[in-house]
Design a protein around this ligand. Structure first.
Ligand code: FEO
Length: 391
């Protein structure tokens, strides 16, 4: 990533990762990502806010050196996950006088993950200030966005909130600021769905906390800087609300066509009843798209054949994923086909225990679905439509 001057004395010095397609060996990144790091100069001290993934360490340090920086006093660590911390030891090797500034919990993680010696740290409390000379950093603890130690740094004089993962988007980009608002919101929604959604209640408190600040810019550590922060704050407030849409996420897998036929019938029946359907064939689905659909859907329906006495592993995977992401869905249902028996429905339900949902009557068919099975699916669609009308 090129060095960008954010404002005089404030620079973006991080790195793009254009080709990265998977995060945490789980989350698809169709647009790559960036590891943003910011350098802030005061009249007396210089701070770097967050590091980069260790794979981009050389690029990051070269960016800092391009600015002719002779010394770094502070490395602010907002979050110990390695995409923002992994290169800290390399910067400490280049600037041995620098101190890592973070909270006590993050210090512990950094010692565990990166073996940074205890003497390298300055620990701060929530609300504590650090002056750089003419510029003041205020540390604002925002736990569980998305680890327990996460914090934001507010640069008071310039009204910049450095928010790390909070309000971020996995998007490699050549510019500093948001240009294409719909695109950034789509990637931010994906980011929220994949990473933040399980922590909606904690995020509510943290959004309230940062809304008390006078913010001109939100500078996350993934994706572009928000120069109209109200847009991303409003989006987050919607995503963490209890509002659900008249939408069914219908995710299915089919081995020989029976469950696929049922999925197709149920999808049409729901649409006929005025419900929006987001249909996913789990053998081909980008799980990020599935997660995004779950952000505000009222209902999730899983379709699966019975294989080896239980649900297809792809359906179990979807159930476990939804269970981990904890979307605000209100209703759930299972349908599918079987040959000679099994525990399909029970296994799916047992894997979705985190979801506070009402499970509707399942529809299982022996072999290929017949008229009676389609009538049961029509009744399932009626039930879902009735529940949605009550919302
Ligand atoms: Fe971008 Fe939680 O790391």
């Amino acid at each position: 990533m090129a060095v960008h001057e954010f404002k005089p004395g404030i620079y973006s010095v991080g790195a793009n990762d254009w080709d990265r397609r998977l995060f945490d060996a789980l989350v698809p990144l169709p647009d790559g990502t960036s590891y943003n790091s910011y350098l802030v100069k005061g009249s007396e001290k210089t701070a770097v806010i967050d590091a980069v993934d260790p794979t981009k360490s050389g690029e990051w340090i070269a960016n800092i050196k391009k600015l002719g920086i002779g010394s770094i006093d502070y490395i602010i660590s907002s979050h110990a996950e390695q995409d923002h911390s992994g290169a800290i030891p390399d910067l400490l090797a280049q600037f041995p006088g620098a101190k890592v500034v973070t909270n006590d919990k993050c210090k512990g993680f950094l010692q565990d993950l990166l073996s940074i010696p205890a003497g390298k740290f300055i620990t701060v409390d929530d609300g504590e200030l650090l002056t750089l000379g003419g510029r003041t950093l205020e540390f604002i603890f925002t736990p569980w966005v998305h680890w327990p130690e996460t914090l934001c740094t507010y640069l008071r004089e310039d009204k910049i909130l450095f928010s790390c993962d909070f309000f971020g988007s996995h998007l490699a980009t050549s510019g500093l600021f948001v240009k294409d608002v719909p695109k950034v919101l789509e990637d931010a929604r994906r980011y929220f769905a994949e990473i933040m959604m399980p922590f909606r209640l904690a995020i509510r408190k943290n959004v309230q906390k940062i809304e008390a600040l006078d913010i001109a810019y939100i500078a996350p550590s993934h994706g572009p800087v928000h120069d109209k922060p109200g847009i991303i704050i409003s989006a987050y407030k919607d995503w963490i609300s209890d509002r659900v849409e008249n939408t069914v996420v219908l995710a299915y897998v089919s081995m020989h066509g029976s469950t696929g036929k049922m999925a197709s019938y149920l999808s049409d029946a729901l649409i006929d009843r005025g419900i929006e359907v987001k249909l996913f064939n789990l053998t081909e689905t980008d799980i990020g798209q599935l997660a995004m659909a779950l952000v505000d859907a009222a209902t999730i329906v899983l379709g699966t054949p019975t294989v080896l006495a239980g649900p297809h592993p792809a359906a179990v995977y979807a159930a476990i994923l939804a269970n981990a992401l904890k979307p605000r869905v209100k209703y759930a249902a299972v349908f599918g086909s079987y040959g000679w028996g099994g525990q399909t429905v029970d296994v799916i339900i047992n894997n979705m225990k985190n979801l506070k949902v009402e499970f509707l009557e399942p529809v299982l068919t022996k072999g290929f679905p017949l008229e009676e099975d389609f009538r049961k699916l029509a009744r399932m669609a009626d039930e879902i439509a009735a529940r949605h009308r009550e919302l």
